[in-house]
Design a protein around this ligand. Structure first.
Ligand code: FES
Length: 136
């Protein structure tokens, strides 16, 4: 079975998935911090990832995915929506976007409070909610 690796906050987590599994499902399977405000119905862009290995092996983006990606923060040529990009038969590596990571924290207030406390202790800035990233 193909392996999916997610990179975020300086770490990597991975899982094996059946072909046809989308990247958001893979992220949930291995505890990767990928947001999903709309619940995976291609309506929000908070599952935005950058595919850094085997981009071309994923199922093709639909017009609807492209339309939603147009509204995402910091879109790059290797951007995909995790809830739409399905794994085929090759291993994939994806970086979770800043928007998606922040959306995950917005959806998980306990972990967000812990992260914010750690950042404060390190003298670092606290990121704004994901919905405000586009206004920066
Ligand atoms: S979870 Fe909303 S577009 Fe993917």
């Amino acid at each position: 079975m193909p392996k999916v690796t997610f990179r975020f906050e300086g770490r990597e987590v991975e899982t094996e998935v059946a072909p046809g599994t989308n990247l958001l499902e893979a992220a949930e399977q291995c505890g990767a911090r990928e947001g999903h405000a709309c619940g995976g119905v291609c309506a929000c862009s908070t599952c935005h990832v950058y595919v850094v290995q085997c981009y071309g092996s994923l199922t093709e983006a639909s017009d609807q995915e492209e339309d939603i990606l147009d509204k995402a923060f910091d879109v790059k040529p290797n951007s995909r929506l995790g809830c739409q990009a399905e794994v085929t038969n090759e291993n994939v590596v994806a970086d979770i976007s800043a928007e998606s990571l922040q959306a995950w924290y917005d959806e998980n207030p306990k972990e967000r409070a812990e992260r914010d406390e750690r950042l404060r202790a390190e003298g670092k800035a606290i990121p704004p909610p994901a919905r405000d990233l586009r206004d920066l």
